[in-house]
Design a protein around this ligand. Structure first.
Ligand code: PLP
Length: 440
C-alpha cells in the first residue's frame, strides 16, 4: 500500500516510511492510497467473530500487503490483550468502553499497535540506529504511548506535556516510568507542545543528529488501528439486537468525543470499508472549531481553551486534514455524514449528574460529551453508541467532586500513583528544545 500526503507536495511513501516518519515532508498527514472494502459476507457473520478475529481482518485490509501475515497476527493479538465491550447505559444509548487497557483510555489500542509495528520495521533495518519518538500530549496520549513503548528495545520516547494542565493521575502515568521514557514538562499549552514536535521534525540539523518519529494520532500506525473497535461495536450491537430483539442496528449512530479527531477519523475509515453506521456525531467540549466548521463551512483554528474534558482541548485538530481529504474537501459530504455538538463545562457536569442519577453509570467528562450528544441528537428509530474514551478514575478529583462519590481506582492505575515523578523542565521556545535534544 502506498501513502500520500494530505498536502500533496511530498513523495509517495510506503508503510514502513509512513510509520517511521509520522509526518510527511510537506507537513501533511499520510493517507492510504486505497481503502479496501470488506466483503458483505464478513459483515453478515461478524457477530460470530471475536474482537481479535475482527481486528485481524480489518488490519489485513490496511497492512496485509506490507507486513508478514504471522507477524501482523501477533501484533494484533498482542495489542488487543483486553476487551472493548459495549454496555447499555440508558434506553437506546449504549457505550463502547475503551478504557480496559493498561492506561485506561482508548489510546492504548493505537499506541500498543504502533509500538509493535515500529519495532517490526526497525528490526528489518540494517544498523539498527536508535529511533526517538516525540509525542505531544494533552493528557492521555502521553501515558498510552509511554506505556505502549516502555521497554521496547531500540526506541526512546520523549513525552511533551503542558505544565499544570494535565491531571495528577494522568501525569504519573508517563512521568514515573523511567527506562526508555523521558517526560518533558513544557511551560505552555498543548498547542505549544504540538508545535515543538512539528518544528523538531522540520529541523534538518536535528534530524541529522538523531532519528526522529512521531507517535501522535497523526501517525498512520496509531490512528488506523482505532478502526478495530468500531467494527467490534457493530458486531456486539448485532449480537445485542438478536438477544433483545429491540434495537434497530441498521440505524446505528456512532458518537465520538473528539479533540484531535484521530479517533473519529478511524471510525470514518471503517465506514469507507463498508461498516454499516448510518451517521456520526463528533462531540466537542467548548473547543468548537469542528462544530463551527459544520455550521459555516469555514475552518478557523483558535488557541485551545482549558476545559473539564482536557484531553479534548485542541484548537486546531490535526486530523481535520484527513477528514477533509477523505471527502474531497466537500463541506456538503462531510456535514451530510457527520453532525456536531459542543458542551460547556457546566453542561458536562450536569450530564454526569443526570446520567448517574438515571442509570448509575459513571461517565468521565469526555464520555459525558458523547452521551449528551446522543441524548440530544438521536432520532426516532435510531440506536446510539458513544465512546467512553477513558475510565472515570483517571479524572477522579473532578468526578468525585461532581458526583459526590468516591470513584474506585483500578489496581493498574493505583500502581502508577505509587511511582516517583521524574521530568525535564522546558520553555515553549523551540531553540531550547532543540538545544536539549542536540545534547542527547
Ligand atoms: C485523546 C482523547 C480524546 C480525543 O480523541 P481524538 O482522537 O484526539 O479526537 C477524547 N477523550 C479522551 C479521554 C482522550 O484521551
Amino acid at each position: 500500500m502506498k501513502y500520500y500526503s494530505t498536502n500533496g507536495k511530498a513523495p509517495i511513501a510506503d508503510l514502513h516510511k509512513a510509520v517511521v516518519k509520522g509526518l510527511a515532508e510537506d507537513r501533511g498527514l499520510y493517507m492510504p492510497e486505497r481503502i479496501n472494502k470488506l466483503p458483505q459476507e464478513f459483515f453478515d457473520n461478524i457477530e460470530k467473530m471475536s474482537f481479535q478475529e475482527i481486528a485481524y481482518t480489518v488490519a489485513s485490509a490496511f497492512f496485509g500487503e506490507d507486513v508478514d501475515p504471522d507477524a501482523l497476527h501477533d501484533i494484533v493479538y498482542d495489542t488487543l490483550a483486553f476487551d472493548c465491550p459495549v454496555v447499555n447505559v440508558k434506553d437506546n444509548i449504549y457505550t463502547l468502553e475503551l478504557f480496559h487497557g493498561p492506561t485506561l483510555a482508548f489510546k492504548d489500542v493505537g499506541a500498543r499497535f504502533m509500538a509493535r509495528l515500529l519495532q517490526y520495521f526497525i528490526k528489518q533495518e540494517s544498523g539498527h540506529k536508535q529511533v526517538n519518538v516525540l509525542v505531544a500530549t494533552s493528557g492521555d496520549t502521553g501515558s498510552a504511548v509511554a506505556n505502549g513503548f516502555l521497554g521496547v528495545e531500540g526506541i526512546h520516547v520523549y513525552v511533551l506535556y503542558p505544565k499544570g494542565k494535565v491531571s495528577p493521575i494522568q501525569e504519573c502515568q508517563f512521568t514515573t516510568l523511567g527506562k526508555n521514557i523521558t517526560a518533558i514538562e513544557v511551560d505552555g499549552v498543548f498547542d505549544d507542545c504540538q508545535a515543538l514536535v512539528k518544528n523538531a521534525f522540520m529541523d534538518a540539523e536535528l534530524n541529522e543528529h538523531m532519528k526522529l518519529t512521531s507517535a501522535n494520532s497523526i501517525n498512520v500506525a496509531r490512528f488506523l488501528p482505532q478502526a478495530f473497535y468500531y467494527f467490534n461495536a457493530y458486531a456486539r450491537m448485532k449480537e445485542n439486537a438478536k438477544i433483545e430483539k429491540c434495537n434497530n442496528v441498521n440505524n446505528l449512530v456512532m458518537c465520538v468525543p473528539s479533540g484531535n479527531f484521530g479517533n473519529i477519523c478511524a471510525a470514518l475509515f471503517g465506514h469507507e470499508m463498508g461498516l454499516p453506521i448510518k451517521r456520526f456525531i463528533a462531540a466537542n467540549n467548548a473547543n468548537d472549531i469542528f462544530y463551527k466548521y459544520l455550521q459555516t463551512g469555514k475552518y478557523e483554528p483558535k488557541p485551545s481553551k482549558q476545559t473539564l474534558a482536557n484531553a479534548m482541548d485542541v484548537g486546531d485538530p490535526s486530523n481535520f486534514a484527513r477528514i477533509y481529504d477523505l471527502y474531497d474537501k466537500s463541506h456538503e459530504k462531510i456535514s451530510a455524514l457527520i453532525s456536531g455538538a459542543t458542551y460547556s463545562d457546566e453542561q458536562i457536569r450536569e450530564t454526569m449528574r443526570e446520567c448517574y442519577k438515571a442509570s448509575g453509570y459513571i461517565l468521565d467528562p469526555h464520555g459525558a460529551c458523547g452521551y449528551q450528544a446522543l441524548a440530544d441528537g438521536l432520532q426516532a428509530g435510531e440506536v446510539g453508541v458513544f465512546c467512553e474514551t477513558a475510565h472515570p478514575a483517571k479524572f477522579k478529583e473532578k468526578v468525585d467532586e461532581i458526583l459526590g462519590i468516591d470513584v474506585e481506582i483500578p489496581e493498574r492505575l493505583a500502581a502508577f500513583m505509587r511511582g516517583e515523578k521524574q521530568s525535564v523542565a522546558m520553555s515553549k521556545d523551540f531553540a531550547d528544545f532543540k538545544d536539549y535534544l542536540m545534547h542527547q
